[in-house]
Design a protein around this ligand. Structure first.
Ligand code: IPM
Ligand code: MG
Length: 370
């Protein structure tokens, strides 16, 4: 068996390394049981990289990420680095890898697991079988627009500036991703903007509509203002299939959508770029949950989001759909068996540690593979 797929693991901070360990076990399992070889390398990001390399993401790690077929990220940040200057905080590592690899499309599924429907803060009926995919623009908009600064004026007052800017190619390439994904789902895209106030949003709306009319007439496209969308997500979340939106709206709406599912500890995400010369595309996969420093190192973290993140990598970077589905099924199975990590614990269920949950997923995979 020769290794065919190059993976770079960036476990990061807090619970990142713990949940990544469970991913390693599944990678090893795949080598043994499915004869799929991954060439696995490790790197540093976030606080771990600040401590060891003096920067939240080194040039060398960026170069290694570019040579990999996919990057799996854990989580970044923690109180230890909270007081650092803005430019060298752990989150900067995240923003840098997105920007340097040109990962303009961020896929954030919000899926409700049947076994967890009661854990949502909404009534179970409203969220049962919920399956939304948020496609968030990730390398443009107000996150990266220039000028951006805090100016100090002669009279001592200060002025903070950020710039919200989008160009037609930036809008069209992420919209294309949403429309292509819609063809594998329910063929409905809701594009979310603030076109009643912002020029960038007027442009966004026009370009998305044009692209749909020219190339994706089979997709049902609707438009919604972001404030209304925030409300509709709580009122009737199942009306959505794919939500396509800009960087900042997507940041906010994806947190909201994730909470509908009852547990952040269950959600994966993918950041995708354009196909490069080799035919593959740069991609970074990360669980939606953060580094949770308060529970780090205690075996309390839920590894399922990280495992589902690996499944997403199999699906989008390696076209290993059957293997991705097996991992997803295995994650469902362990919940159906009543196993719960602390974050999703309910009365009458069986609380297990991070590694016990990982082991249960491996057993479920064994069953599925035979
Ligand atoms: C996210 C996070 C990041 C973002 C932060 C940590 C920079 O909130 O991935 O949603 O705002 O994009
Ligand atoms: Mg966010």
């Amino acid at each position: 068996m020769t290794p065919t797929h190059k993976l770079l693991l960036l476990p990061g901070d807090g619970i990142g390394p713990e949940v990544m360990n469970e991913v390693r076990r599944v990678i090893d399992w795949m080598g043994m049981r499915r004869d799929v070889g991954f060439e696995v390398a490790d790197g540093l990001i976030g606080g771990a990289a600040i401590d060891a390399e003096g920067t939240p993401l080194s040039d060398e790690t960026v170069a290694r990420a570019k040579e990999s077929d996919a990057v799996l990220l854990g989580a970044v940040g923690g109180p230890k680095w909270d007081n650092l200057e803005f430019d060298i905080r752990p989150e900067r590592g995240l923003l840098r890898i997105r920007k340097d690899l040109n990962l303009f499309a961020n896929l954030r599924p919000a899926v409700v697991f049947a076994a967890l429907a009661d854990a949502s803060s909404l009534k179970a009926d409203l969220v049962r079988d919920l399956d939304i995919l948020i496609v968030r623009e990730l390398t443009g908009g107000i996150y990266f627009g220039k000028p951006s600064s805090i100016e100090v004026h002669a009279d001592g007052t200060r002025r903070g500036v950020n710039t919200l800017v989008y160009t037609t190619p930036e809008i069209r390439r992420v919209a294309r991703v949403a429309f292509e994904l819609a063809r594998m789902r329910d063929r409905r895209v809701c594009s979310v903007d603030k076109a009643n106030v912002l020029e960038t949003s007027v442009l966004w709306r026009e370009e998305v509509q044009r692209l749909r009319d020219a190339n994706y007439a089979d997709i049902e496209l609707s438009h919604m203002y972001v404030d209304n969308c925030a409300m509709q997500l709580i009122r009737d979340p199942k009306q959505f299939d794919i939500i396509l939106t800009d960087n900042m709206f997507g940041d906010i709406l994806s947190d909201e959508a994730s909470m509908l599912t009852g547990s952040l500890g269950m959600l994966p995400s993918a950041c995708l770029g354009d196909a490069v010369a080799t035919g593959r595309r740069f991609a970074v996969y990360e669980p939606v949950h953060g580094s949770a420093p308060d529970i780090a190192g205690q075996g309390l973290a839920n590894p399922l989001a990280a495992l589902l993140t690996f499944a997403m990598a199999l699906r989008y970077s390696f076209e290993m759909i059957a293997d991705a589905e097996n991992i997803e099924t295995a994650c469902h199975d362990v919940l159906d068996e009543g196993l719960r990590t602390a974050d999703i614990m309910e009365v009458g269920k069986n609380q297990v540690s991070t590694s016990e949950m990982g082991a249960a997923v491996l057993r479920a995979l064994d069953r599925l593979a035979t």
